[in-house]
Design a protein around this ligand. Structure first.
Ligand SMILES: C[C@@](CO)(OP(=O)(O)O)[C@H](O)COP(=O)(O)OP(=O)(O)OC[C@H]1O[C@@H](n2ccc(N)nc2=O)[C@H](O)[C@@H]1O
Ligand SMILES: Nc1ncnc2c1ncn2[C@@H]1O[C@H](COP(=O)(O)OP(=O)(O)O)[C@@H](O)[C@H]1O
Length: 297
């Protein structure tokens, strides 16, 4: 049986990590979801996705992902959601080279879903606008739309109201504590601050960069507390999302690398550049301008 269409994707598609540079919990909706204010910035550390179009409509994941059954995989769910929204009869083989830690607050799963939507919208020729793709993205996860739009953003609501922002693009040292934090458990915690006052972007830009989840996460997850304390010695550690990853910013790459080399052996650590534009958008631009060059690379 033949299943390949003529459109073979060739090179991989990047799915970058995000950092929440601040996060305020400003209210709670009737459905239990929390209203947030947050700032998203991308970093140049990425999962890589390979997508091969199939002409039989089947969407498959190639390879395993620890603890995530194929039907639950956000890439598979994203591809199926795009099929459903557009009536497209093409399918895809999806392979993900996982670099980003899962459940670490770096948004890897959400980013994988967004990259799948953006790439298949191109490869399948479904031609949805960014707004239409973002609508399909939101039910897959609150962080998926920002990855679809690919611009650093000031976000409100559950993360669906996005305003692009132009931020400094420093270097970040990211530490990956040896524990996984459940987003659900943090939002269910009785001691979580849920009534922070709303601030303006200007307040954040002048230094108001609190993460309201930090006190609870610090108390419940000692490896996160230790990682933050260690980063504080380098000028201030911050939590991304609900964790577990923590980060510190550096003006100079060499200084970030020095800190990375000094990190305790028990911690995984990496240095990455802050980005206001997702590498996914650059990849899409390249594909549109010169698809043959990418296929050959
Ligand atoms: C808080 C953020 C910031 O980026 O954290 P990270 O997951 O990246 O750490 C995200 O918006 C997370 O969004 P998302 O990834 O969709 O959250 P999920 O894992 O689906 O949420 C798990 C559970 O947490 C609760 N939840 C989540 C988001 C929110 N704004 N309010 C909530 O109350 C809900 O009970 C939900 O069922
Ligand atoms: N392709 C995927 N990559 C990562 N996680 C996935 C994927 N598909 C589903 N998941 C599920 O989504 C959860 C959250 O993943 P992730 O986005 O990496 O973390 P976070 O939301 O903390 O930033 C994982 O623990 C996993 O159960």
């Amino acid at each position: 049986m033949t299943h390949r269409s003529t459109a073979v994707s060739g090179a991989s598609w990047p799915a970058p990590a995000k950092l929440n540079l601040m996060l305020r919990v400003v209210g709670r909706r009737e459905n239990g979801y929390h209203e947030l204010q947050t700032v998203f910035q991308f970093v140049d550390r990425c999962d890589q996705l390979w997508l091969d179009v199939r002409d039989d409509g089947v969407v498959r994941r190639l390879g395993a992902l620890s603890g995530v059954p194929e039907d639950q995989d956000l890439t598979v769910r994203a591809a199926r959601a795009l099929q459903q929204a557009t009536g497209c009869r093409l399918g895809a083989d999806i392979r993900c080279d996982k670099v980003l830690p899962m459940g670490g607050g770096l948004g890897g799963g959400s980013s994988d879903a967004a990259t799948t939507l953006v790439a298949l919208n191109h490869l399948w020729g479904t031609g949805l606008s960014e707004d239409a793709l973002s609508e399909i993205a939101l039910p897959l996860g609150a962080d998926v739309p920002v990855f679809v739009r690919g611009r650093a953003a000031w976000a409100e609501g559950v993360g669906e109201r996005l305003e692009p922002v132009d931020l400094p693009q420093p270097w970040y040292l990211v530490l990956v504590p040896a524990c996984s934090v459940s987003t659900r458990d943090v939002f269910c915690h009785p001691e979580l601050t849920r009534d922070s006052s709303c601030i303006k972007l200007a307040d954040f830009l002048s230094g108001d960069a609190v993460n309201d989840c930090l006190p609870v996460v610090r108390r419940e997850y000692p490896p996160v507390a230790e990682a933050i304390e260690w980063l504080d010695r380098w000028g201030g550690g911050r939590l991304t999302g609900t964790g577990a990853c923590v980060f510190a910013r550096f003006e100079e790459r060499d200084r970030a690398l020095d800190a990375c080399r000094a990190a305790p052996e028990a911690l995984r650590a990496f240095v990455a550049r802050g980005l206001n534009r997702s590498p996914l958008l650059d990849r899409l631009d390249q594909e549109i301008v010169s698809p043959s060059l990418i296929a050959a690379s």
